[in-house]
Design a protein around this ligand. Structure first.
Ligand SMILES: [Zn+2]
Length: 251
């Protein structure tokens, strides 16, 4: 390209996306004179899902802005918490984020997830159809135009992934209200209606049951799964939400 040359500065939070020689600060970029600023930013490696305000010589511009010679462009990170138009807030996770999906469900956050790889095109279409924020560590997937909204998951550790999503989107937390297996909502259930799913010890020891309204899986209040209790307690302490007094274990 030998079109207009601009100066570009990427926010520190977004520097992991760009080439090493652009991470130190302001660098010059030669554009083709016809591409939008959104395209230029994306071609440098920054997914537009992660770019917040684009600022040219101190004033915000839309992604459709065509850069001209001598402009100073700043790429800022998304604001947190990020508001996604089109309530209610719900998510779609790619095939690599199964643990994160189960943890979001544990907190009552609507988190669709397919354990089979349905492919990028199908995921993007599903995101659009169900108006779900697509969560992925795959930048190529997040570049797809069809997606409703998306977010890059920065960490490969589930603990950090969960804090990232809760801090970024501030979903309402409702722990122990959603099936961790299928994302369905839980409803109170009689012992008799879930009895067949329970081992004898459970049948004798526990009385409060819930059942998934989608897949029928039974849940009961129990003392085990301390690990899950810790996840819920930590999330509620840091990000708020309604906590219930006792945990629910899973049949
Ligand atoms: Zn279920």
């Amino acid at each position: 390209m030998n079109g207009p040359e601009i100066d570009l500065e990427v926010a520190p939070e977004l520097r992991l996306f760009v080439a090493h020689d652009r991470r130190a600060g302001r660098t010059s970029v030669t554009t083709d004179g016809s591409s939008t600023l959104g395209h230029v930013v994306e071609s440098l490696g920054v997914p537009l899902t992660e770019a917040g305000q684009l600022v040219v010589d101190g004033r915000p511009v839309p992604v459709s802005h065509i850069p001209s010679a001598g402009e100073l462009v700043e790429v800022r990170p998304v604001e947190r918490p990020q508001r996604v138009p089109g309530a209610p807030l719900r998510f779609l996770l790619d095939v690599h984020l199964g643990t994160l999906a189960r943890r979001l469900r544990l907190l009552g956050v609507d988190a669709a997830y397919e354990s089979e790889d349905i492919g990028d095109a199908a995921l993007a279409t599903l995101s659009a159809k169900e108006q779900r924020v697509l969560l992925s560590r795959d930048r190529g997937l997040l570049r797809r135009r069809e997606i409703w909204a998306g977010a890059y998951i920065y960490s490969d550790r589930p603990e950090a992934q969960l804090r990232d999503v809760l801090g970024r989107f501030a979903p309402v937390l409702a722990p122990w209200t959603r099936c961790t297996a299928c994302n369905g909502k839980l409803a109170d259930a009689d012992k008799s209606s879930v009895s067949a799913q329970l081992e004898q010890g459970t049948r004798q020891s526990y009385d409060v049951f819930a059942q998934c309204t989608e897949c029928g899986r039974a849940y009961w209040r129990g003392a085990h799964h301390a690990h899950l209790e810790t996840i819920v307690a930590d999330a509620v302490r840091e990000f708020g939400g309604l906590s219930t007094e006792a945990p629910t274990a899973q049949a």
